[in-house]
Design a binder for this molecule. Structure first.
Ligand code: OAD
Length: 261
């Protein structure tokens, strides 16, 4: 048996034995769906300056430009389908009540996978805690009203940008920008699960952005095991108990399901 097969078998054993599993995902889980990551060669933060687009100051300065970027990201993602990794994680979370999905992604692909795998059943146990918000929600810049928001955004001028149905003030994407806090209820729920989890499965994140990157460390501190799935080394690799090298779309179906390794 080669090293990769042995590692996969070990991962299966750890997953089966663990009571309480927190799965933390990052941009890499959506890479095979065609969604760009942030820090790779083709990463979004190489092509665009974060401070020009993903900060409250940038939105105050030029809401049209910021909306134009988010409208483009939404369009890109709307053309993408969940891949084998999202679907495998959705099946795992639907089958096991002790599995919690936590994502840094704003692309809605875990939710799409949950709905696809659940069929006519209730998908809610496979819906992720979204630490960084969602491209498909908006929130009012004045009254903080939040709502789901899909479809195209006309960012051709400030006058055509989406407005709050209650107070008519500008709506903004309900995502976490640089310099902003994460939604505290979501963070508390994720770390609450981490403190009692036996295993943290970390998929497709460079583990450089906190507090998300602290989640596996919280599992470890509480005595749990950390398994990383990533084709490359990350800030977490040295502290992971097991590293499964390769693309999430190949590793995850075989990690969470029976069958030949
Ligand atoms: P990054 O772009 O920093 O890292 C993506 C990770 O995915 C890297 O470790 C890659 O090696 C890995 N990867 C690439 N292809 C993969 C594949 N097919 N399967 C598995 N892994 C793969 O993205 P994140 O870590 O998610 O925050 O970035 C964290 C946060 O930084 C984002 O949520 C965003 C950004 O600033 C906000 O916007 C608030």
């Amino acid at each position: 048996m080669c090293d990769a097969e042995a590692a996969l078998r070990e991962g299966r054993g750890l997953l089966a034995a663990a009571r309480g599993v927190v799965v933390l995902t990052g941009a890499g889980v959506s890479a095979e769906s065609g969604v760009p990551t942030f820090r790779g060669e083709e990463g979004l933060w190489k092509r665009y300056r974060a401070e020009d687009l993903a900060t409250p100051a940038a939105f105050r300065e030029d809401p049209r430009l910021v909306w134009e970027w988010y409208a483009w990201r939404r369009e890109t993602v709307e053309g993408c389908r969940p891949n084998a990794a999202h679907l495998a994680l959705a099946r795992l979370a639907l089958e096991r009540s002790d599995v919690t999905l936590v994502t840094q992604n704003v692309d809605g692909l875990h939710e799409a996978a949950a709905r696809e795998e659940a069929g006519d059943a209730d998908p809610s146990s496979a819906l992720p805690l979204e630490l960084h918000g969602s491209l498909f929600r908006v929130r009012c810049t004045r009254c903080s009203r939040r709502e789901a928001h899909r479809g195209p955004v006309d960012a051709s001028s400030e006058q055509t940008l989406p407005r709050c149905p209650s107070c008519r003030e500008l709506l903004r994407p309900d995502v976490v920008w640089f310099g902003e806090s994460l939604p505290s209820d979501v963070v508390e729920a994720a770390f609450g699960e981490a403190r009692t989890a036996g295993l943290c499965l970390v998929v497709g994140t460079s583990a450089r952005v906190h507090p998300a990157a602290s989640l596996p460390l919280a599992v470890r501190e509480a005595g749990g095991t950390v398994v990383e799935v990533n084709p490359a080394d990350t800030a977490l690799t040295a502290r992971a108990d097991l590293v499964l090298r390769g693309p999430a779309g190949r590793i995850l179906p075989s990690l969470v399901e029976e069958g030949p390794v």
